[in-house]
Design a binder for this molecule. Structure first.
Ligand code: ATP
Length: 634
């Protein structure tokens, strides 16, 4: 089993469990957060004004009750004699205005703080995402083989989105709620400690039921998310391989695989709704009990003259609104815990160090002559399974080397090492006398062109597809490369010529056309070293001829590595390297190896013996020797 590139995830459930993660997130992303300090400061000021306005909300009502309605009763222990002596109608007018004013102030402050916070969060997250994407591009192939692409995509999309959403809908309201709650409890005790204690008596009950139900909601949501992940993975796999799925008539089976998590996710979603609804009702009843208790004692205190009716009103109002933020606390804490997990997943990804990177003191590669030397190179993808074993050979600048031999022998691996997609475990590869690792990676790769069996084209215009070979190539260079690749004429015949946008992976073009665009892309690079990995496999005779012509032009004067199973194409190479089981078994030119009379010669004869007609039409050439023959040639 492949070892994962990431540490094992542990999801935090409580705020205290999430604390170390939150600290890590703030520390890691502090540079991005700091850039938004102006917006964040405005948001904080707005937040404080919002909390104060929220606390002030019931006070105009209290004054209307105590100083307007009960003005003439004289039964009040009035705290503000100045108000008691004022004109009640005037006071009514002022406090009515205050009702609107306080609400307006609260609304405006909430708006400003939310908008600025959202903007700051979006900017911070966009910076993080850009950094993460750039980092991803630098990671080595070996890393990509140990992770699932779906997992990476989730990290760069939904994990990052969650971080933003939770900042705006979790952390921010949590701060508002906590400050409001503290303010309300303080004011309640200030107004009357006895009533405050009575009112808060049901609080433990409330906390208990709230935490219990929220935990259950959390558990069900987590299960639901898992189901959604399974659905996404099934869908991604099926869409990515739709051709094979349809060809093998796997639609029904895949629909079945999709249906189970879909059904379970639906059931979990209904369960979450049900639990939320029951939490809501429980809280309503607890609020009613608290209100009844406060009224029962409060009215007696009012009648006894130690509390004003207005105070009681403020009390009941606070009681009602104090429960609301507390109820949301659990939800926000759950969201923050989830976001912490997401944030840590992003940091884990950022912490992955590219296995292949510029070494200390690496130099910008000068324009290569193209001398390549493999010097006792050994390599393995997994330490227990060596792929290349002590392999050595030299290629002179401008020479063409054909890498031939049975499938799985290590030919593609060898050229991956030349591109420094991996580094050898032992030995070295030299270009123009210097170890590859002494060159800056980008300057090395810029001087190597590749054409693969199934060259990947992108869903952009033909022009851009070619220009990707050398970013910044001029229109003239692009067209020259297309002409060299025998592609110019067919490109002009496309609906919008060079501006025709290709479908994803260029699937609307024929195999030969795709290859010719790929050759143009390699040509525009004007690289002194070219790698061709079975570039004509799967093409019909006519396309093969056009592509071969284009390849000959592409590789003229370049050091060329041609991987092929078809020994007709390797015949003219300056050197033929027969690789089997990670070792170079035979090395020489065609006539030399034929004279040697070993494996290459046997395979060549075997291929030649195949019915020429079949060779021409179905490419069913034997690519390796039968087992008995392999033994006799040892
Ligand atoms: N990313 C990888 N991780 C682990 N093993 C790999 C990886 N890529 C290739 N291999 C293994 O390395 C060995 C050599 O593969 P490679 O593709 O280099 O051979 P090849 O000679 O080019 O084969 P073919 O002619 O079929 O293309 C094979 O056993 C293959 O299974």
């Amino acid at each position: 089993m492949k070892k994962s590139a990431f540490r094992k995830e542990k999801k935090p459930n409580t705020l205290s469990q999430a604390m170390p993660g939150l600290r890590r997130i703030f520390k890691e992303f502090w540079p991005q957060i700091r850039q938004q300090k102006l917006l964040l400061s405005v948001s904080c000021i707005g937040l404080i004004v919002e909390v104060v306005a929220q606390l002030l909300r019931p006070w105009p009502l209290k004054f209307i009750f105590d100083y307007v309605i009960l003005h003439d009763t004289g039964a009040l222990a009035l705290e503000f004699p100045m108000l008691a002596n004022s004109n009640p109608m005037m006071l009514l007018f002022i406090f009515s205005l205050a009702i609107v004013g306080v609400s307006g102030l609260r609304a405006a402050a909430a708006y400003v703080s939310l908008v600025t916070m959202s903007l700051a969060a979006s900017r911070i997250v966009a910076e993080i995402r850009a950094g993460l994407y750039a980092h991803l591009q630098r990671l080595s192939l070996s890393f990509y083989y140990t992770v699932k692409s779906g997992d990476l995509i989730t990290r760069i999309t939904s994990d990052i989105d969650r971080l933003r959403n939770v900042t705006v809908t979790g952390i921010f309201p949590l701060i508002v709620n906590v400050l409001t709650l503290v303010g309300m409890v303080g004011l309640m005790f200030w107004l009357n400690w006895e009533l405050a204690l009575i009112g808060l008596a049901v609080f433990p009950l409330f906390l208990l039921s709230s935490v219990k139900i929220t935990k259950r909601i959390h558990k069900v949501s987590r299960k639901q998310r898992k189901q959604e992940g399974a659905m996404a993975a099934t869908a991604a796999e099926a869409i990515g391989a739709i051709k094979v799925v349809q060809a093998l008539s796997l639609e029904g089976m895949l629909q079945g695989m999709f249906a189970t998590p879909n059904r379970e996710s639906l059931a979990d979603s209904a369960r979450t709704q049900q639990l939320s609804a029951s939490l809501q009702r429980t809280i309503e009843i607890l609020v009613a009990i608290a209100t009844a208790l406060v009224m029962w004692r409060g009215v007696r205190l009012v009648l006894g003259g130690s509390v004003t009716p207005g105070d009681l009103l403020v009390f009941v109002n606070y009681l009602k609104s104090a429960f609301k933020p507390t109820r949301q606390l659990a939800k926000h804490v759950a969201n923050i815990s989830k976001a912490t997990a997401s944030g840590e997943r992003i940091i884990d990804l950022l912490d992955v160090v590219p296995a292949i990177r510029d070494t200390r003191g690496a130099i910008e590669a000068p324009l290569f002559n193209g001398d390549v030397k493999f010097n006792r190179v050994s390599f393995a993808y997994d330490s227990d399974k060596p792929i290349l074993k002590n392999l050595s050979f030299d290629v002179k600048a401008g020479q063409k080397v054909a890498l031939v031999g049975p499938s799985g022998g290590g030919k593609s691996t060898l050229v991956s090492l030349l591109l420094r997609l991996y580094d050898p475990l032992e030995g070295q590869i030299l270009i123009d006398g210097r170890d590859l690792r002494q060159y800056k990676l980008e300057s090395l790769r810029r001087q190597i062109s590749i054409v693969l069996q199934d060259s990947v084209l992108f869903g952009v215009s033909v022009r851009d597809n070619i220009a990707y070979g050398a970013l910044g190539a001029t229109d003239r260079e692009i067209k020259a490369a297309a002409r060299l690749a025998n592609a110019h004429d067919f490109i002009l015949a496309l609906p919008q010529g060079y501006d025709t946008k290709l479908s994803e992976r260029g699937s609307t073009l024929s195999g030969g056309q795709r290859q010719r665009i790929a050759i143009a892309r390699a040509a525009v690079r004007k690289a002194p070293i070219v790698i061709l990995d079975e570039p004509t496999v799967g093409l019909d005779n006519k396309s093969e001829q056009t592509v071969t012509e284009a390849l000959d032009r592409l590789t003229a004067n370049c050091t060329t590595f041609l991987i092929t199973h078809d020994l007709r194409t390797s015949k003219n190479a300056d050197q033929i390297c027969y690789i089997e089981n990670g070792r170079v078994l035979e090395l020489g030119n065609h006539s030399g190896l034929m004279a040697l009379g070993k494996r290459y010669a046997a395979l060549y004869q075997l291929q030649s013996a195949v019915d020429t007609k079949c060779w021409e039409t179905c490419s069913c050439i034997p690519t390796e020797l039968p087992p008995q023959q392999q033994r006799t040639k040892n």
